[in-house]
Design a protein around this ligand. Structure first.
Ligand code: KIV
Length: 267
């Protein structure tokens, strides 16, 4: 029986001070396996653009792609809360666009909540979506959709001016009604300070150990991402190497005629 977590369950974990475990997924098998492993939240991230589609950044990802990934993930999930990312240009141009696109991720994708990147300038947009009864997860600090403004994927909030801006952004996302907030690529001390100052859970990625929960991109922590391994990623497996080995063995067995054997053939 399907009994997915709701934002109330996430709130309860936060109030009990139990850390919230979040991973990204983009398809049915990954979602099913991590759901069975007890993950609290699955994020259908626009990082799909990098780790699934092979783009250089997340900017080309479309609504149609996120809806497709979200539907695949939702079919694999029994327990976790599913949050779908709003891709670039699905919420920045105007609020009615943002409302319609957030609604599509719930109605067509089957997500339970949406996530969007941005701080103070996004307050009205977040409020408008929350007013439609769609739970919103905020995302501030190193926001990959702002890669051109940031001049690359750099840690944010190291200067006094930047850290003040990030603190203000956190407050405005909370005031707009977000149920949680991703803090990405900021100093651990700033993330700790923000976490202490908010009444909603923070989910860290490259933001130290004091956040209310942690998120990683599944392909990175499984060792599937080829040439990009930021310092904050802990590799829990080396699946890239395991797969390469299996593929090589298959190629060699097909070429030498070892595969298929009698046991893989019909009489
Ligand atoms: O798209 C994504 O996977 C994300 C996480 C890294 C937070 O936004």
């Amino acid at each position: 029986m399907k009994k997915s977590k709701t934002i109330l369950d996430i709130r309860e974990l936060f109030e009990k001070k139990e850390k919230i475990a979040v991973l990204t997924a983009y398809d049915y098998p990954f979602a099913r396996i991590m759901d069975q492993a007890g993950i609290d939240i699955i994020l259908v991230g626009d990082s799909a653009g990098n780790v699934v589609a092979g783009y250089e950044n997340t900017l080309p990802v479309t609504m149609e792609e996120i809806i497709y990934h979200t539907r695949s993930v939702v079919r694999g999930v029994r327990h976790a809360l599913v949050v779908a990312d709003m891709p670039f240009l699905s919420y920045q141009a105007d609020i009615s666009d943002a409302r319609r696109n957030a609604g599509r991720l719930i109605k067509e994708g089957g997500a339970h909540a949406v996530k969007m990147e941005g701080g103070s300038s996004l307050q009205d947009t977040i409020r408008a979506i929350v007013d439609m009864d769609i739970p919103v997860m905020g995302h501030i600090g190193l926001t990959p959709q702002s890669v051109h403004r940031m001049g690359g994927y750099r840690v944010q909030g190291r200067s006094g001016k930047e850290s003040r801006k990030i603190r203000e952004a956190a407050k405005s996302v909370e005031e707009a009604g977000a149920f949680s907030l991703v803090l990405e690529g900021i100093p651990a001390s700033l993330a700790a300070e923000i976490t202490d100052s908010l009444a909603i859970p923070t989910i860290g990625i490259g933001a130290g150990n004091c956040c209310s929960g942690q998120v990683l991109v599944a392909h990175d922590m499984l060792g599937l991402s080829e040439d990009f391994s930021p310092r904050f990623v802990k590799k829990y497996a080396g699946l890239g190497e395991t797969m390469a080995q299996a593929f090589k063995e298959y190629v060699s067995e097909v070429k030498s005629g070892i595969f298929p054997g009698d046991e893989h053939s019909f009489k």
